[in-house]
Design a protein around this ligand. Structure first.
Ligand code: PRP
Length: 206
């Protein structure tokens, strides 16, 4: 299930990323701003857990998100600024990291690093700016499902229609929150118009 979010602020921030002259610092910063909006949308139905705390006028019961139930999993490298944005907000959540790289000639994704703990019953928030063919996200979902993930939320900035379709046909239960769906893929399986290589742009690599 995917949830495109229609909001002028979000649209403007995504379009800001399309400017190639953006410095890596502003590119990462803008990604983080977008991620906070996606996170806000994705948690709008999150139940609050009652907890007694000491307030300025004594003990009070308040409702809090149980962050110990949340694990944030990013796909290297481009997911890292998004990861930072989520754990700035949910500072008690756990983290996991997956290295997944697309082969430049076959366009097949390949998992080369897995640092995700058992996530039995947890709400897993996956972050990666781009869904192109959808292969990387499918690989990442498979890893967290095999480690017991309960609810799976995916925060993504841009996607191709075919990439979204692939992920949804395999993993209909995953809740995808997406800022912008672009036109499609070119012959090299890059999103058009897209952002270019988000990992390279975020970290000034080629
Ligand atoms: C990009 C992007 C996604 C993936 C999307 O990463 O961040 O992880 O491609 O493509 P897909 O949907 O066709 O699998 P890339 O493989 O370029 O790795 P990088 O971030 O290390 O550059």
């Amino acid at each position: 299930m995917h949830n495109p979010i229609h909001h002028p602020l979000l649209q403007s921030l995504v379009n800001t990323l399309r400017e190639t002259a953006l410095s890596p610092l502003i590119f990462r910063h803008t990604i983080k701003e977008i991620t906070k909006i996606l996170l806000y949308e994705s948690l709008k139905d999150m139940p609050l857990k009652s907890k007694t705390i000491n307030t300025w006028h004594g003990e009070q019961k308040v409702g809090l998100i149980d962050e110990s139930e949340i694990m944030v999993v990013s796909v290297l490298r481009a997911g890292l600024p998004m990861h930072d944005a989520v754990i700035e907000t949910l500072s008690q959540s756990k983290s996991g990291f997956l290295g997944i790289k697309r082969d430049e000639s076959t366009h097949q994704s390949h998992l080369y690093y897995d640092r995700v703990e058992d996530c039995s019953g947890k709400i897993v928030i996956m972050v990666d700016p781009m869904i192109a063919t959808g292969g990387s996200l499918c690989d990442a979902i498979e890893v967290v499902k095999n480690k017991g993930a309960g609810r799976i939320i995916s925060l993504n900035i841009i996607a191709s229609p075919e990439g979204i379709q692939k992920v949804e046909s395999r993993y209909g239960e995953v809740e995808i929150f997406i800022a912008q769906i672009d036109e499609g893929l070119d012959e090299n399986k890059f999103i058009i118009p897209g952002l270019g290589d988000a990992g390279d742009r975020a970290y000034n690599t080629l």
